[in-house]
Design a protein around this ligand. Sequence first.
Ligand SMILES: [Zn+2]
Ligand SMILES: [Zn+2]
Length: 347
Amino acid sequence: MKALTLHAPQKIHFESVPDPEILAPTDVIVQVSEAAICGSDLHVYFGREAGLDAGTVMGHEFTGFVVAAGHSVRTLRTGMRVISPFTTSCGQCYYCRIGLTARCTQGQLFGWVAQGKGLQGGQSELVRVPLAETTLVPVPESLGSQTSLLLGDILATGYHGALPLNGAAIRRVGVIGFGPVGMMAWQVLLRMGFDQVVVFEPDFSRRNYAREMGAEVRDPQDTESLTVWLDQMPGGGLDGVVEAVGGAGPQQLAFWVVRAGGLISSVGVHTQPHFSFSPAAAYDKNITYRSGRCSARHYIPDLLQWLDRGWDVISPFTDTFDLREGAAAYERFANRTPGCMKVLLKP
Ligand SMILES: [Zn+2]
Ligand SMILES: [Zn+2]
């Protein structure tokens, strides 16, 4: 089969690799109909996250059809359309039972093979899914395949970021960063019905994109007007924010724009070793900080219900590439080309 593989930082190859095979009775092989490039793929692409074996098949966002199943698989049949979360989960361990499927003791991230161990990714024609019955979720035919694809990571991650804000004392909220995840978090927050949802985005074209969708947008680089604006807020800031970027700058901004007693819900991937604000500063502002990988598998059924009730998610996909053009697709997304929000790959 054909797949996108990583050979060195910024070296994506479109090449032939062996077809995946059923290795355990609980495995399923999925034929990928659509895959996507994620912001977190860029950490690997740029070498900020190292250790991946050369030739690893990239990607953890994919949807498609079951084409083969191990002999103990009962609930999934050939031809079923499925969405996969970006990690596998067993459905039985302590963490799976409390809904923290992102920390399943047997969980593996797609597109991560180090020293021969791990899972190949979904930016390919076929992908092996271990623990398939408790990892994959069948999706209704009525659901568009692009929306289905969003459920596996960024829509679930936006939901994961927004959920902790869903409390009685929280009325005015924000989203740090209007990338693909921020865009999803913004839509979830709107649907949750907060009094005010503000987007903070430094990039000019992404600010315009957000405005065109009707978002209230602020430029975090304009510190003077931001200071004035915050002074006018009850309590001097927002009640809570979803930090959807990762890194020291977005974290600092989140800390700045929430009021005392505010909540920071961080879903951006962080690779820095230290917080950008001190424990003393957090104490002095009574901050609540939530962070961590999204338990996408746990949230997909809730989100399917929202979608079934007619929730119309604005698609983040601005670019579609054939899988064979994967290197160019990565380049376009990685360079933050104006107008490019998220890339869809068609095997
Ligand atoms: Zn992702
Ligand atoms: Zn588990």
